[in-house]
Design a protein around this ligand. Structure first.
Ligand code: ZN
Length: 196
């Protein structure tokens, strides 16, 4: 079942979301929420969806970067983004244990800021601990695009949107991103948009 994705301006996107207990994770209600969020993410389509985006202030998100989402990107673009398929998984009560590496800048978008995109700096590598949908502790070290997805989704659980971190002068409609900027290096886009 598809859920309604709330848009920027809704209070739930700005709240600190609440942690789930082990029993709450295993409860039928949460398992159903995960199933519905997965349907909603795939239908959008998106590579991640956090519970606050469907109006629920819980520290839970689903992530999946499918190979078919990469068809509009060239091999060169995939390589520079370090973008590789990420199998479906659920992150619950995640914490970023460490963030390393230079800040990497690319255009990023959000299903709750529909129709727009901006250049957002993110850490290249993050180590994240979370519980999965069986309430088992998982630790991942992620780099490249997967690290970006994790940082974006974990931000949602603290009421942070990419617009809080973006280079504001690069904020563009998706139409203009596609028409004007998508094939240019980020450094050239920043220069043309007079971004310090
Ligand atoms: Zn988002």
């Amino acid at each position: 079942m598809r859920l309604k994705i709330v848009q920027a301006g809704e209070e739930v996107l700005r709240r600190q979301a609440g942690a789930l207990s082990r029993d709450e994770i295993l409860a039928e209600e949460t398992q159903r929420l995960i199933e519905y969020m997965t349907d909603t993410m795939r239908d959008a389509p998106g590579v991640g969806l956090a519970a606050p985006q469907v109006g629920i202030p819980l520290r839970l998100a689903v992530i999946e970067d499918r190979p078919e989402y990469h068809s509009k990107l060239s091999q060169e673009q995939l390589t520079e983004r370090q973008r590789r398929p990420v199998p479906f998984h659920v992150i619950i009560n995640p914490t970023i244990v460490s963030a390393k590496g230079a800040s990497i800048e690319f255009f990023e978008a959000c299903l709750s800021i529909s129709g727009y995109s901006a250049i957002v700096p993110r850490s290249r590598t993050v180590t994240v601990e979370f519980l999965n949908e069986r309430a088992e502790l998982v630790r991942v070290e992620a780099s490249g695009w997967y690290a970006r997805i994790l940082q974006h989704e974990i931000d949602h659980l603290s009421g942070i949107l990419y617009t809080d971190r973006m280079y504001a002068r690069t904020f563009s409609t998706l139409e203009n991103l596609d028409r004007l900027w998508k094939d240019l290096p980020v450094s050239a886009v920043k220069e043309k948009l007079n971004t310090p």
